[in-house]
Design a protein around this ligand. Structure first.
Ligand SMILES: Cc1ncc(COP(=O)(O)O)c(C=O)c1O
Length: 378
């Protein structure tokens, strides 16, 4: 078991924040790292040319360690949509081919593929899942000889149901399709074996389960794409950019590995140091142990909610950190107001309540949610 870590956060006792899938709160040590980063710019005369690189490399190393991949395979990007634009630029889709997505997938992982399909004469296929199961079977069924890209998450952002990425990766490879992953709702909260899954590209925004700041994300790029085309051409990603005296000796070669895909103005200490500090905090516990702990917590909530008549999928079908409670008879009247009154923060999605706790939650948070549900259902 992992102890509650509430003392490391600034969440008032009477606030019951069970909505990490919406936005992870910053721990005090993460804010402190961001302030330390901001302070560096109070004295630009002390910010050396080498610092432009070292702050980025420290982040890249931490992101690689957290994900179990080499830092050389990590690019620093501002958002999921940016990362997926990089992916779309570097995968082939021909006329008549398909791009496989989940039904009601998060828009940042849909719009870019609609654009790609429009430009290439392909189509986006949005798979539907059979009502009570996970997404794996539907995705596997949709992959065939005409599939060019499979663009999916590890678990659905609304219902938490999983995709078996090892099986999907294997099938995608067998038909020559690229695998592009949006791990924003899973990386940091659930382990992923990159070596077994072998994605072409995989992105995670830092501001949810990675408990970091907004405006920064990590992009995994498989080595076979390291000669690929970036979507922007900034000075610092070119080879030799360490020598500030020779920046106008323009060069066509790049910094090694995935670095060519880094965003412009990447050397931003508040974001990099904040996101990195949050990753260190998660690694203190280990992602596998953290996932088990969050699974224990959501499972306990699911059992109590079941006694109130609320249905949810078992762990395995759903991701351990992601609970979606369905009201079989519809959402009770006044629920939203009651939750607000009791300062219980969750997300209402259709007829389900998305409950996503983390280590900053205490038993009092679960009790407040369950009591509010019991009152509304009485
Ligand atoms: C699955 C998923 N992907 C991506 C994002 C954010 O996308 P972007 O970084 O393009 O704003 C979210 C935000 O809710 C999300 O849930």
């Amino acid at each position: 078991m992992i102890e509650d870590q509430r003392h490391r956060f600034s969440i008032p006792e009477d606030v019951h924040y069970l909505n990490c899938a919406y936005m992870g709160p910053l721990a005090q040590e993460v804010s402190a790292a961001m302030v330390e980063g901001a302070r560096l710019k109070e004295e630009p005369w002390n910010f050396r040319p080498t610092d432009f690189f070292s702050v980025v490399e420290t982040f890249r190393e931490r992101a690689g360690r957290l994900s179990g991949v080499s830092p050389d395979n990590v690019a620093v990007v501002p958002s999921v949509s940016y990362a997926l634009a990089v992916a779309a630029r570097n995968v082939q889709v021909s006329a008549g081919q398909t791009i496989v997505t989940l039904g009601d997938q998060f828009p940042s992982n849909v719009y870019i593929w609609q654009e790609k399909a429009r430009a290439s004469g392909g189509t986006v296929v949005s798979v539907e899942r059979p009502s009570q199961s996970c997404w794996s079977e539907a995705v596997l069924d949709a992959i065939g000889p005409d599939t060019a890209v499979v663009a999916v998450p590890h678990n659905h952002w609304a219902d938490g149901r999983m995709v078996d990425l090892v099986a999907v990766g294997e099938k995608a490879r067998s038909v020559g399709a690229a695998l592009v992953l949006d791990l924003t709702q899973s990386l940091g909260a659930m382990p992923l074996d990159f070596e077994a899954v072998k994605p072409d590209f995989a992105v995670a925004a830092c501001y949810k389960w990675l408990l970091g700041p907004y405006g920064i994300a990590m992009l995994y790029v498989d080595s076979k794409h390291h000669e690929g085309e970036p979507i922007e051409h900034n000075w610092i990603n070119r080879a030799g950019s360490e020598d500030f005296a020779r920046l106008v000796d323009y060069r066509s070669d790049f910094q090694p590995g995935a670095r060519r895909f880094d965003m412009g103005e990447k050397s931003n200490p508040p974001l990099l140091m904040g996101a990195g500090a949050a990753m260190e905090m998660l690694m203190e516990f280990g992602i596998a142990a953290l996932s088990e702990e969050l699974g224990r917590r959501t499972e306990a909530l699911a059992n109590e909610a079941q006694a109130l008549g609320l249905a949810s999928a078992p762990i395995g079908t759903r991701a351990p950190h992601f609970l979606s409670l369905a009201f079989p008879e519809g959402v009770p009247k006044g629920l939203t107001e009651r939750l607000a009154e009791k300062k219980v923060h969750v997300s209402l999605r259709g007829i389900s309540l998305r409950v996503t706790p983390h280590l900053y939650n205490t038993p009092a948070d679960s009790e407040a949610l369950l009591q509010t549900l019991a009152d509304c259902l009485a």
